[in-house]
Design a protein around this ligand. Structure first.
Ligand code: ZN
Length: 335
């Protein structure tokens, strides 16, 4: 049985112009070629069946994100011509301060890496559609392993803020949809902490969030992902962060992986959602960890051993030359 790959055909509508880091304009890492590299690697390996995600109504994502934020993304994209973009210059903290367009940009975004372009909303909604379709296939027991091939990423998107190249949190949307059918564990294997997913489920008892990532003291998103963030209220104890020192290799990664898998298994979830990045790879330009390509099959096999219906969603990974092989190895071992 081939693994079903739900594709986001409109991803290429989102082409970031650049990023701003420490006040300096730098080329964008989150580019359409990432998607193409993964698709080519899966096609070359074989055993994958590609299909496009059906369209998703905007109000489905409004159950997860603030409707005002979703409208902001939609209207901002719609007002831009091809080649234009919007990025915040100020980040208002005062309540009610965001009355004008320039203030709104910084209210609905937390960094200077995440430009909105004319095609951003369509691409982000397409990614949410792929995730939602994947959740439907698991919930109906039509499939036990599904992969959502999409960009831009989603796991940094919070209830009402974009950032980290993320606009709509597709993994969280899938987890929320699956939670209607049973408890859900989210196992985030991107090298960056999934602050958006943590934020969205922080007080919930029915969704466990576990993340292995580079220590946020030195790695994006910098403000979230520390080990003492463990949940609140009904969700207390159900958020697990496993930060690793920058430079960690596979020997250092294995104990964190074992701990993460142990927490997932103890929760006894009905479904597993895996926001997956290849940016913990040693060749990744912005990751900081040192996993070799050969480790990705081991990673997939370890997740497979949980024996859970699993939806894997593409998040980060910025070394275009190696990321396709890593995804193919992970999915090949998982399925
Ligand atoms: Zn990442």
């Amino acid at each position: 049985m081939p693994v079903r790959v739900i594709c986001n055909p409109v991803h290429a509508a989102h082409v970031p112009p650049h990023e701003v880091d420490n006040g300096v304009v730098v080329p964008p890492w989150e580019v359409p070629a990432r998607y193409d590299a993964i698709r080519a690697a899966l096609a070359a390996r074989g055993g994958f069946a590609f299909e496009d995600a059906p369209q998703l109504a905007e109000d489905v994502v409004c159950g997860l994100h603030d409707p005002g934020y979703v409208a902001y993304l939609r209207d901002t994209s719609a007002a831009l011509a091809a080649g234009e973009w919007v990025m915040p210059s100020v980040f208002p903290f005062a309540p009610g301060a965001a009355r004008g367009e320039k203030a709104r940009r910084g209210t609905y975004c937390f960094d200077t890496f995440t430009a909105i372009t004319a095609g951003t909303f369509a691409a982000a909604l397409g990614g949410a559609a792929a995730a939602y379709r994947g959740a439907e296939l698991l919930a109906s027991e039509a499939e036990r392993t599904v992969y959502a091939l999409t960009r831009p990423p989603g796991h940094h998107a919070e209830h009402a803020r974009c950032g980290g190249y993320s606009f709509l949190n597709s993994a969280a949307l899938a987890a929320a949809a699956l939670s209607a059918h049973g408890p859900v564990a989210v196992l985030d294997l991107d090298v960056h902490h999934g602050n958006g997913t943590q934020h969205l489920f922080y007080a919930r008892a029915d969704v466990l969030t576990v993340s292995i990532h580079g220590d946020p003291a030195g790695l994006f998103p910098y403000f979230s992902g520390f080990a003492d963030e463990t949940g609140t209220g009904a969700g207390l104890g159900l958020n697990v962060n496993l930060p690793l020192p920058l430079g960690t290799d596979e020997a250092g990664y294995r104990p964190a992986l074992a701990a993460a898998l142990g927490r997932v298994a103890a929760f006894r979830p009905a479904f597993l959602v895996v926001p997956f990045g290849t940016d913990a790879h040693e060749a990744d330009p912005i990751g900081g960890l040192c996993l070799p390509t050969g480790f990705y099959a081991e990673l997939g096999a370890a997740v497979r051993a949980l024996g859970l219906p699993a939806l894997v969603l593409q998040e980060g990974g910025y070394d275009v030359a190696t990321m396709g092989e890593c995804v193919a190895a992970f999915l090949g071992a998982l399925a």
